[in-house]
Design a protein. Structure first.
Length: 157
């Protein structure tokens, strides 16, 4: 079963509810930057950053950013990929929230964590709309010592 949030984003009310719920979970914490994982993490992440008064950082697939970058390879359920970020995206000690639409195995999120930490950032938490707990990504990230939030979870793959 393929889980997708495009119908949620198509609904003005649904999109607003997802943004509101994500912001509510973090509005009392210091967040300097929201880092969105490509690509649907950009949609939610940009809106959340604006509401939290934080900057937005895109964590992109290789070859998509215009300036100097650092990269991180990672494994997917169906192969491997590379994620990158501008090498001057944040200052050391910046508090960063990583956002994406879906948490499956946690590979992309772990690559994002690596990039932010290599730049000296501190991960406040990771936030997703959907968690697929049977694929183990949430537990993997929690076992790594990170705070993981989601708005809903679905059993099965």
């Amino acid at each position: 079963m393929f889980r997708d949030v495009t119908t949620l984003f198509k609904s003005a009310k649904g999109l607003q509810m997802a943004i509101d719920a994500t912001v509510a979970a973090f509005e009392t914490q210091q967040i300097d930057y929201v880092a969105g994982l490509e690509a649907r993490g950009f949609i939610l992440g940009g809106a959340v950053a604006a509401r939290l008064g934080a900057g937005f950082i895109p964590l992109r697939k290789a070859g998509k950013l215009p300036a100097a970058t650092i990269t991180q390879d990672y494994e997917l359920e169906y192969g491997s990929a590379t994620l990158e970020v501008h090498d001057d995206a944040i200052e050391a000690g910046a508090k960063v929230l990583i956002v994406d639409d879906l948490l499956a195995t946690g590979g992309t999120a772990a690559a994002g964590i690596s990039l932010i930490e290599r730049l000296g950032g501190d991960i406040v938490a990771l936030s997703f709309i959907i968690d697929l707990p049977e694929l183990g990504g949430g537990q993997k990230l929690r076992d790594m010592g990170y705070d993981v939030h989601h708005l809903c979870a679905f059993e099965g793959h």
